[in-house]
Design a protein around this ligand. Structure first.
Ligand code: GDP
Length: 198
């Protein structure tokens, strides 16, 4: 897919206030610092984009960007802030959960995982919750330039084993590096493929 235009549309915490023009959307989520902003910049080729989401006040919001006037890229707040208070966390959980479960135009969730880390409880909980709710998602392993390909394969295997404890089938798995650009095209192609079916 060629990215011809990208623009910021709206930020909010309420799925009911998200754009209502029916364009299909693709959400990106992961623990803070996983490399979400860098990946979004890579995919869209626009450095300013993720900057918008990471300006104070916007990191905890659902941020919609329209791509090629055809689909929305949705930057969701990072989860797993160790320092966030319990009440802040449950507010987060509620509006994100509402968005993810009630948004009819949501086509896919890209769950970002740091390729250097072994399966983390919070990520597995989120993934399993997506499963319970039957939400479509793929796993995206970020920062692969930071480890050798054998270490990457070893860690992917750990994830697959962990997943197969509760899942019959594995979701699609992508690996990316925002430094080298690896993984950019396959993800955009995946989005194109879903768009062509919708
Ligand atoms: P976010 O909090 O998930 O939006 O994460 P950021 O995109 O801000 O990235 C967190 C840190 O990881 C920053 O210092 C980035 O430069 C770094 N980073 C992100 N992606 C990559 C990557 O693919 N490779 C390397 N080496 N560093 C990365």
């Amino acid at each position: 897919m060629k990215i011809k235009s990208v623009s910021f549309v709206v930020s909010n915490t309420d799925h009911k206030k998200c754009p209502d023009d029916g364009l299909p959307e693709f959400a990106f989520i992961g623990r803070s610092n996983v490399g979400k902003s860098s990946l979004i910049n890579l995919l869209t080729g626009q450095k300013k984009l993720a900057k918008i989401s990471s300006t104070p006040g916007k990191t905890q919001l659902i941020n919609h960007f329209v791509i090629n006037d055809e689909w929305y890229l949705v930057d969701l707040p990072g989860y797993g802030y160790a320092k966030a208070s319990k009440s802040a966390r449950s507010t987060w959980e509620k509006f994100i959960a509402d968005y993810l479960t009630k948004r009819k135009t949501l086509m896919n969730i890209f769950v970002l995982l740091d390729s250097r880390l072994e399966p983390q409880k919070i990520d597995m909980e989120f993934i399993n919750w997506c499963g319970e709710k039957q939400l479509p998602f793929v796993m995206v392993f970020t920062k692969i330039d930071k480890l050798s390909s054998s270490a990457l394969q070893k860690n992917l295997l750990k994830f697959k084993k962990e997943m197969l404890k509760t899942w019959e089938e594995l979701p699609p798995i992508y690996t990316t590096s925002s430094v080298s650009g690896f993984g950019n095209e396959p993800i955009l192609n995946y989005i194109s493929q879903i768009l062509s079916m919708s």
